[in-house]
Design a protein around this ligand. Structure first.
Ligand code: FES
Ligand SMILES: [Fe+2]
Length: 429
């Protein structure tokens, strides 16, 4: 068995490059991480009506998520039971049933096999159709509009899995009546880097920002006043150096970067709705901003530029990014549009900030792959030993410029990789 614990020691900030490079470790990740954890599937607003569906992934497994005629959300492995074809090949849409394009087996919105060409003539009515429906995920649940699923019946329920991270998620999912919604479609693109580079960058890496995104920061002031007021405070140098800013690791590998003094410009969208937010969230959370965060393993949020995304693993040295624009459902159209433009300019596939990150993740993966280079460790010692608890904010907090959240992300990663059952795993904090 793979000696995972020997490959890294997050407590002292040492992690072997092999976990970003080796194919055998990648295969183990698919089994121990992606086949067991909760994965983001969709947002409620993508499938509001009966028959609405989307086709996401968990790990490398294709999924079909469909709202059935009774309004229930079902999720299945999107692979035909006859010869494995991807049953639903559209990204999203509305359908009463799903017909495989290979030989025509047809499945209902409850996953049941309801039609087989030649059932009478060629199968002599002997095929047990009850046994050959689509395979459902073991658990499907949602939190404030975010729909997640897991293949593992033994995984803790979604609310337990999210733990204290739910307290932080509410700031953006529940700050206004109506919650949040996705606008526009999904952006998908391939990056030649390991998925963990992106997940750990979003969980807590402020350190890279002034270097990687130096040129992007120079043009940021061009953003409109509507947009500044409608998004969270930007990750500026001043914001990062402010000692009140922090990162929170809430256990289970999740983490977020936070600014407790979000700018609320008079006349801006957030300023106008501050009293509603205070009523819903209380005074502390109503003013709490965030740049980025990660729900373990591969779902990340970046509220400052209105995006949520999934870093799908596609081999040890490749990831497929799926990214959406998220806004308050009750925001006026001009604010939603300002959010959308901000997202496109910064963190879409051609966004000025996204480009720097993609370049780093691809180049870091490539430069770590050589026979000698891959024997080295990476260093995660930034601000080690400067953690603290707070009565005001849940989780274990670290300085804003630190690798505190990354260390806890990899503690969770190694705990899952080294364990055979959920009972053996604590909250990895
Ligand atoms: S593979 Fe789907 S019907 Fe044959
Ligand atoms: Fe970045």
């Amino acid at each position: 068995m793979l000696d995972v614990k020997g490959l890294l020691d997050p407590a002292t900030g040492r992690i072997s490059r092999r976990i970003f490079i080796d194919n055998d470790i990648y295969e183990e990740e698919l089994e121990k991480i992606f086949a067991r954890c909760w994965g983001f599937l969709a947002h409620d607003s993508q499938i509001p009506n009966p028959g609405d569906f989307v086709s996401p992934y968990i790990g490398e497994d294709p999924i079909l998520v469909v709202r059935d005629s009774r309004g229930k959300i079902n999720a299945f492995l999107n692979t035909c039971r006859h010869r494995g074809m991807r049953v639903c090949r559209a990204d999203q849409g509305n359908a009463a049933a799903f017909t495989c394009t290979y030989h025509g087996w047809t499945y209902g919105d409850d996953g049941k096999l309801v039609g087989v060409p030649g059932y009478k003539e060629y199968y002599y009515e002997e095929l047990d159709m009850e046994k050959w429906g689509l395979v459902p995920l073991a658990q499907v649940d949602s939190y404030k509009g975010l729909i997640f699923g897991t293949f593992d019946p033994a995984a803790p329920g979604l609310r337990d899995y999210l733990g204290d991270m739910a307290w932080y998620l509410d700031i953006f999912l529940d700050r206004r009546e109506g919650g949040a919604e996705l606008i526009g479609g999904v952006h998908k693109w391939l990056v030649p880097g390991n998925w963990k580079f992106a997940a750990e960058n979003f969980v807590g890496d402020s350190y890279h920002f002034p270097i990687t995104h130096a040129s992007a920061m120079k043009v940021q002031p061009r953003r409109s006043s509507i947009n500044r007021g409608s998004s969270q405070r930007d990750d500026t140098v001043a914001s990062r150096n402010d000692p009140r800013n922090f990162v929170a690791s809430t256990g289970h590998g999740h983490g977020m970067m936070l600014n407790p003094d979000r700018v609320d410009e008079p006349g801006s969208y957030l300023y106008e709705h501050l009293s509603e937010m205070e009523q819903r969230l209380g005074p502390t959370r109503a003013r709490l901003g965030s740049s980025a965060g990660t729900i373990f393993p591969n779902f990340s949020t970046l509220w400052g530029t209105s995006t949520i995304r999934v870093w799908h693993p596609r081999g040890p040295d490749k990831m497929e990014i799926w990214s959406w624009c998220i806004v308050d459902k009750n925001a006026p159209p001009e604010v939603k549009d300002a959010n959308r433009v901000s997202y496109l300019q910064s963190f879409s596939p051609a966004g000025i900030t996204e480009e720097g990150d993609m370049e780093n993740w691809g180049q870091a993966t490539a430069a770590s792959r050589g026979r000698t280079a891959k024997r080295l460790d990476y260093n995660y010692q930034l601000s080690i030993g400067h953690e603290r608890y707070s009565e005001e904010f849940p989780g274990l907090l670290g300085p804003r410029v630190s690798e505190h959240n990354q260390r806890h992300f990899y503690t969770r990663w190694s705990d899952l990789m080294a364990s055979r059952s959920w009972d053996e795993i604590g909250n990895s904090l």
